[in-house]
Design a protein around this ligand. Structure first.
Ligand code: BGC
Length: 437
C-alpha cells in the first residue's frame, strides 16, 4: 500500500480548550488564573480557533485531508448547571456545517479533558452524579446537532485519569517528603511518563498554595476534594468514566442509532527488552485491558499513541544513550502507533481509528519524517487485515498544551499568536499526500 484508500478517514485533531480561546466557564480557565497556578501560562485567546475555524478547516481541505476531529466544549453548552447556551449550540452548528461545505467529515469529541467549572464545585469526576450530568449534556448536543454528525468520540483518553493518578502519587510522595524550604527546587518526577502536557516543576509550597487556591475558587473546603478530569482518581472514579461513556452511548443510540460511537485511550507501546514481563503486563492491564468489558460493544476504538516505554528486568528503563526525545521529553518513536494498533487488535475486535498521533518539535522536516514513518506502520497493519479506518494527526494547529502552555509545537499549522496569523507547514502537505486522490 503506497497510499491510504480514498474512503480512509485522514485528518487532524484539536480540542476546544486548546485552540478556541476564552473558555471562561471551564475548570481549566479557573485553574489557569490562580496566583500559584500549575499552568506555566494561561490559555487566554489560545489560537482563536473559535473565530478562525473557517480558515483552519479550509486549509485542511486544501491540503487533501477529509476528516476533522474536534471537541464540543461542555462548559460553553452548559455554562451553569442545567442552563443551555443556545448561541453556543449555533456556533458548533456552524463549525459542523463548515466541515460539510469543505468536504470534511467531522468527528466530534464530547469531552476532551475540560469540564464546566460548576461540575468541579459539585464533586467533579468522583461524584457518581457526573454520569447523569454528562448524559444530559450529550443528549442536548445530539438532539440539536446529531443529524450533522457521523462519528462521536464520547470521552478523550478515558484512561488518562488513572495514568495521572499513578504519576501524581509518585509526585506527591516526593513533594511531601521535601523540606518546605526547598521551594521551587523541582521534583525529579518525570513529566514524560504520561502522553500529555504536565508541569511538575513546582516547589512544595507553591504546589500546596495552588491546591488551596483551587479549592477556594471551586468553593470546596478540602483541597483534596477538587476532582477535575485530569487529576488524581480512585478506582471508583475510573469506573465512573466508563459509566459516563456507556450512558452517553445509550443516549446517542436512542436518538441517532446511525452515529458511530466510541471513546479514545492513551496507549503506550510497551516493550519488554529483557527479563520479567510482569511490570509491562500490569501497565497494559491498567492502560487497556480492564476497559475492554466497557467498550466491547462500541462501534470503534480511538487509539492514541505518541511513544514507547521500555522495560528490562521487571522495571521501566530508559532506552539507549543518545535517545532522540521530543519537546515533551519522551522518545521520538514513530513506530509506536503501528505496534500499539497490532497489540490492541488482538483484544478489541471492532474497527480502530487513530484519533491522535504526532510529535512536538520545532523541526518540521522531522515532523514530515515522523508522519511518513508512522503512516507506514498504520498501512502495514491494514495490509495485515487490521481494520484501521482512520488516522488523525495531533494536532492541526500549534496550540495550548495544557500545563505546559504554548511551548509545545505539535501543529501542522503554525500560529503567530500576536496576530493569530496561520502559517501552514510542509508537514500539512505531506500528510495530505498520504491518501489516494
Ligand atoms: C491529548 C491532547 C494533548 C496531546 C499531546 C493527548 O494526551 O488528548 O489534548 O495535547 O496528547 O500531548
Amino acid at each position: 500500500m503506497e497510499c491510504f484508500p480514498k474512503e480512509f478517514m485522514l485528518g487532524a485533531a484539536t480540542a476546544a480548550h486548546q485552540v478556541e480561546g476564552n473558555n471562561i466557564h471551564s475548570d481549566y480557565w479557573v485553574q489557569e488564573q490562580l496566583p500559584h497556578s500549575q499552568f506555566v501560562e494561561p490559555s487566554l485567546q489560545a489560537v482563536d480557533h473559535y473565530h478562525r475555524y473557517e480558515e483552519d478547516i479550509r486549509l485542511m481541505a486544501q491540503a487533501g485531508l477529509n476528516t476533522y476531529r474536534f471537541s464540543i466544549e461542555w462548559a460553553r453548552i452548559e455554562p451553569e448547571k442545567g442552563k443551555w447556551d443556545e448561541a453556543e449550540i449555533e456556533h458548533y452548528r456552524s463549525v459542523l456545517q463548515c466541515c460539510h461545505d469543505n468536504g470534511i467529515k467531522p468527528m466530534v469529541t464530547l469531552m476532551h479533558f475540560s469540564s464546566p467549572a460548576w461540575l468541579i464545585s459539585e464533586g467533579g469526576w468522583e461524584n457518581p452524579q457526573v454520569v447523569e450530568w454528562f448524559a444530559a449534556y450529550c443528549r442536548k448536543v445530539i438532539e440539536e446537532l446529531g443529524d450533522q454528525i457521523e462519528y462521536v468520540c464520547t470521552i478523550n483518553e478515558a484512561n488518562m485519569r488513572l495514568q495521572l493518578a499513578a504519576i501524581m502519587q509518585k509526585y506527591m510522595k516526593i513533594m511531601m517528603g521535601q523540606n518546605s524550604s526547598a521551594e521551587n527546587s523541582g521534583t525529579g518526577a518525570k513529566e514524560g511518563e504520561v502522553q500529555v502536557g504536565l508541569n511538575l516543576n513546582q516547589g512544595r509550597n507553591t504546589m500546596i498554595q495552588g491546591m488551596m487556591e483551587a479549592a477556594q475558587a471551586f468553593g470546596i473546603s478540602d483541597p483534596r476534594g477538587v476532582h477535575t478530569f485530569v487529576s488524581q482518581c480512585t478506582p471508583e472514579g475510573d469506573l465512573l468514566v466508563m459509566k459516563a461513556h456507556q450512558a452517553a452511548k445509550a443516549v446517542i443510540r436512542e436518538i441517532h442509532p446511525d452515529i458511530q460511537v466510541g471513546l479514545s485511550l492513551s496507549l503506550h507501546d510497551l516493550q519488554v527488552l529483557s527479563g520479567d514481563p510482569s511490570a509491562a503486563e500490569k501497565e497494559w492491564e491498567d492502560e487497556f485491558v480492564h476497559y475492554l468489558p466497557f467498550i466491547a460493544e462500541d462501534d470503534f476504538l480511538g487509539v492514541q499513541s505518541y511513544t514507547r516505554k521500555c522495560f528490562a528486568q521487571g522495571q521501566e528503563v530508559q532506552t539507549q544513550d543518545g535517545l532522540k526525545v521530543t519537546q515533551m521529553g519522551y522518545e521520538d518513536y514513530p513506530a509506536a502507533i503501528g505496534n500499539v494498533l497490532r497489540k490492541v487488535a488482538k483484544e478489541f475486535k471492532g474497527n480502530l481509528i487513530v484519533t491522535e498521533n504526532g510529535i512536538a518539535t520545532d523541526d518540521d522536516a522531522r515532523r514530515c519524517e515522523f508522519i511518513r514513518e508512522a503512516v507506514r506502520g498504520v498501512m502495514d497493519c491494514m495490509e495485515d487485515g487490521i481494520p484501521v479506518k482512520g488516522y488523525m494527526y495531533w494536532s492541526l494547529l500549534d496550540n495550548f498544551e495544557w500545563q505546559k502552555g504554548f511551548s509545545m509545537t505539535f501543529g501542522l499549522i503554525g500560529v503567530d499568536r500576536s496576530t493569530q496569523t496561520r502559517h501552514p507547514k510542509e508537514s500539512l502537505t505531506v500528510l495530505g499526500q498520504q491518501i489516494q486522490k
